[in-house]
Design a protein around this ligand. Structure first.
Ligand code: HSE
Length: 438
């Protein structure tokens, strides 16, 4: 076919390599389905000579991303390099300014520069597709951007990081340490180049920032997200959660409230047996609540080369099926200049139940003092359990676990300040919010 769509891929890591392989292996099927051939004509990556198990014969090697992005032999620039700034930012911008459609898996880049890049794409009549940037193989961007246009969304939430879900699942199922599980996730190609982005929650926050904008028509605002990662979760928390009928998940949640948008990423207790609690390993899940459709939940592989390449290939095929002169829908679901400012609801007004794990000195009156501090803040307790006392450095230490009924973040923080000031606490309290999704 003479009018083949010519693809330039920048970045040949796990996902970029899987995408080249997919396009090569399914060449005929893709041509039939799109009505034209799709061929990779150019690539660039950090190392030219690395053996990636794919053939780059007949593909032009570019020494830098900008040269590929502006090459006359490329119709679509596919950005798989990652990183919120250079070289990805300039390369994507140059590609759009040179009249090329863009497909990217880079959530960090879009979280920071997405509104600007979407505006350029709109002005140039080009597609900026980023299905692979959120929740790996789950086609949630298409759903939010296109299928739910007639809905008012009230909440979007989910498990958005495969690495964290994999770590929490294996810690619980196999009794492995956090470090062992992270190493496995890295070896399996799930983790970011810098895995602190996974475990500290930044990767989830980048994805949530994009979903929030699509859900509420607000400017992308990654800095307005309350953020806690999973590094402080211990095996004791996981066991206590299970004993009390919960499982710990790293969730991203954005809710429309009277005070603005409440966006948060943090470990949460979800009830055992609920749909979200059953999402294990590298699987992601995204739940949407909207007025017309009701509740939706989609789950599937959230990371890994093939799953993410599947999403990017779908984006490329959409471009292959479109025709020159055809008007493309806006990248952020509505024209970029109609996005409203993101009004951030304060975290202190968040309402919900809480799990609190404290280690205290085992002396008479300790339990009563804790209960008093909770009562002072009008916090109603669902349960309070003292687990077996341990003797440590000649001090009798008692782990105490509290589950509260619905209260506010401010009340919990005040109560814990009160408990601290009573001087019976050993170490810092663990506080995990309880969520019921799906
Ligand atoms: N590191 C990410 C994850 C990859 O573990 O989910 C997909 O963005």
């Amino acid at each position: 076919m003479s009018n083949s769509l010519r693809i330039g891929i920048a970045g040949l890591g796990t996902v970029g390599t899987a995408l080249v392989r997919l396009i090569q292996e399914k060449q005929e099927m893709l041509a039939d389905r799109c009505g034209r051939a799709i061929s990779v004509t150019g690539v660039t990556a950090r190392s030219r000579n690395k053996d990636r198990g794919i053939s780059l014969d007949g593909i032009t090697w570019h020494d830098d991303a900008n040269s590929l992005a502006t090459s006359k032999d490329v119709d679509v620039f596919v950005e798989m390099m990652g990183g919120e700034d250079e070289p990805a930012y300039s390369a994507v911008k140059s590609a759009l300014q040179s009249g090329k459609h863009v497909v990217t898996a880079n959530k960090a880049l879009l979280a920071k520069h997405g509104v600007e890049l979407a505006s350029i794409a709109e002005a140039e009549g080009l597609l900026l597709n980023y299905e692979a940037a959120v929740a790996g193989g789950i086609p949630i961007i298409k759903v939010m951007r296109e299928s739910l246009t007639a809905n008012t969304v009230t909440r979007v939430s989910g498990i958005l990081n495969g690495t964290c879900n994999y770590i929490l699942t294996r810690m619980e199922q196999d009794g492995l340490t956090f470090e062992e599980c992270l190493k496995d996730a890295q070896e399996l190609g799930f983790a970011e180049a810098d895995p602190t982005f996974d475990i500290e929650g930044n990767d989830t926050a980048h994805k949530l920032a994009l979903l929030t904008s699509l859900a509420f028509g607000t400017a992308i605002a990654p800095d307005a997200i309350y953020l806690e990662g999973i590094t402080k979760i211990t095996i004791e928390d996981i066991e206590a959660a299970r004993d009390l009928g919960f499982r710990i998940k790293l969730l991203g949640i954005a809710t429309r409230t009277a005070e603005g948008v409440e966006s948060r990423v943090h470990p949460a207790m979800v009830p055992l047996g609920s749909e979200i609690a059953e999402i294990g390993g590298v699987t992601n899940a995204v739940a949407v609540e909207a007025d017309t459709v009701g509740s939706l939940m989609m789950s599937g592989p959230g990371a890994g080369g093939d799953a993410t390449a599947s999403a990017a290939a779908g984006d490329i095929c959409d471009i292959a099926k479109s025709r020159p002169g055809h008007q493309h829908g806006p990248a952020l679901g509505q024209p970029a200049n109609t996005l409203t400012p993101h009004e951030r609801a304060p975290m202190r007004s968040h309402a919900g139940g809480y799990f609190i794990r404290l280690t205290v000195v085992d002396t008479p009156g300790t339990m009563a003092a804790i209960a008093t501090r909770m009562a002072e803040q009008d916090i109603s307790l669902e349960s309070i359990v003292q687990r077996r006392t341990k003797d440590h450095d000649d001090i009798e230490q008692a782990p105490i676990i509290l589950i509260t009924h619905e209260t506010t973040e401010q009340a919990i923080r005040n109560a814990l300040d009160g408990v601290r000031s009573d001087g019976r606490l050993i170490g810092e309290p663990q506080m995990i919010r309880i969520e019921t999704l799906g």
